[in-house]
Design a protein around this ligand. Structure first.
Ligand code: ADP
Ligand code: MG
Length: 397
């Protein structure tokens, strides 16, 4: 498939295929909601929705409210789409016009940044700290070496990995509330379009990747925008990152479908699309899965989440991690971090920090569900049957 690397058998979900599968999930989700709707709901069914592609994934927003909220000069769903696109332009690791790109190519000098980027980097670094470096936003040199984001997949040699590990350490990302006047980029158009309020300094060769938290952040920003526009009932779905606002218009909870993790490699087989359903309101539900983006070489599968302690794609038996909590940014960071930790360490981590809940699906067909969501999670019986799965409740004690 890839002419430069004829030996590699690359199984990679194309953007189109990912978009199609996510769209399908969203459509089925919407369909499910319509099944649970009260019969005489023509008055309540004033749903407005918009689907678009941004941040490398299909995004969809469904919101309820009076028509006048949606039909004006600055319609909220279009504004939300613009916001997601603007965030992508700003935070993309590959877009040469992004602020992250500027930081990553500043050759060891401090780069000036706007207040939003500074605050987001601050929150992301806090999450790296809280998860003891299992989330590490300085991971990009390794992500790139394995071919993720460049689409030239390869297995780097041990020496190369060792060398890249030496420049992987989020604690060496230095944030300052002083802009860097000597930064030549301070004058360029990207920087000029924002008010500069600080700077970021990383060593030459180090590179930042906000891929593990950007969609969670975008979901929070979109929720804020919809709230400002007077919308109190909505579902924001940013490819695996779902944020619900309020309840459904009839006051009932949203029914969120949790994707069944596709098996990769020789172990692959068809299973029903969903592992189960969660009933929530005013909550975020964020899933990280190794099956979402991967390649195969020599019968081994390599996923896009890298363990910062080994420099290699995670291979610990976890198929997917879903995090449930209020804040999408936190959920997004935790979903990646707990994926890296593996089921046992993730369970121990949750017992020490029980301010969120999780659903972890393992390749031993166990579905671990923490006690806070035990009663609102309904497994899909046909899925459980198809994998001969077991549900295991995880309690604090
Ligand atoms: P997705 O973006 O597919 O929903 P995640 O939120 O789990 O999945 O983020 C994975 C992305 O984060 C990767 O594509 C990569 O860019 C980056 N990444 C990979 N491993 C790590 C890690 N250990 N810490 C921080 N970021 C990571
Ligand atoms: Mg994440």
């Amino acid at each position: 498939m890839n002419s430069k690397h004829p030996f590699y058998q690359i199984l990679f979900y194309s953007k189109l295929r990912r978009a199609a599968s996510v769209l399908l999930s969203v459509l089925m989700l919407l369909n499910m909601q319509s099944c649970t709707r009260v019969a005489n709901d023509t008055d309540v069914d004033n749903a407005h929705s918009l689907t678009f592609f941004a941040m490398d994934t299909a995004m969809s927003i469904k919101a309820y409210g009076e028509d006048r909220i949606f039909e004006n000069d600055d319609p909220p769903l279009e504004a939300a789409r613009d916001l997601a696109e603007a965030l992508e332009r700003k935070l993309s690791v590959t877009d040469e016009g992004s602020i992250i790109y500027r930081i990553n190519h500043s050759n060891g000098a401090a780069a000036s940044v706007d207040s939003e980027t500074l605050a987001l980097l601050g929150s992301a670094l806090e999450l790296c700290d809280k998860t003891e470096g299992n989330l590490d936003i300085s991971i990009y040199p390794l992500v790139r070496a394995w071919g993720f984001t460049t689409d030239v997949y390869r297995v780097p040699g041990s020496d190369e990995i060792e060398n890249l590990l030496k420049i992987t350490d989020y604690r060496r990302i230095i944030l300052s509330s002083e802009p860097a006047p000597e930064d030549p980029g301070t004058d360029d158009s990207t920087a000029k379009s924002h008010v500069l309020s600080g700077s970021v300094k990383i060593e030459n060769g180090m590179m930042i990747d906000l891929g593990a938290v950007a969609k969670g952040y975008a979901a929070e920003k979109i929720a804020g925008l919809l709230h400002e526009k007077g919308i109190g009932s909505a579902v924001i779905s940013l490819g695996g990152n779902i944020k619900t606002i309020g309840t459904k218009p009839d006051g009932s909870d949203w029914n969120i479908a949790i994707a069944a993790p596709a098996r990769t490699g020789s172990d692959s087989y068809e299973s029903p699309p969903y592992a189960g359903f969660l009933r929530v309101s005013d909550m975020s539900v964020v899933t990280s899965g190794g099956y979402e983006r991967y390649f195969e070489e020599g019968g081994k599968t390599y996923c896009h989440i890298i363990d910062p302690s080994s420099g290699r794609p995670v291979d610990n038996g976890i198929l997917s991690v879903t995090i449930v909590a209020k804040d999408s940014l936190i959920c997004d960071g935790l979903s990646t971090a707990l994926f890296v930790m593996g089921a046992d360490r993730a369970t121990a981590y949750w017992r020490d920090n029980p301010e969120f809940d999780f659903i972890i699906i393992t390749d031993e067909n166990e579905i671990l569900v923490t006690e806070g969501i035990e009663n609102i999670f309904t497994p899909d019986e046909s899925y459980i049957e198809s994998i001969s799965g077991r549900i295991r409740a995880v309690h604090l004690q």
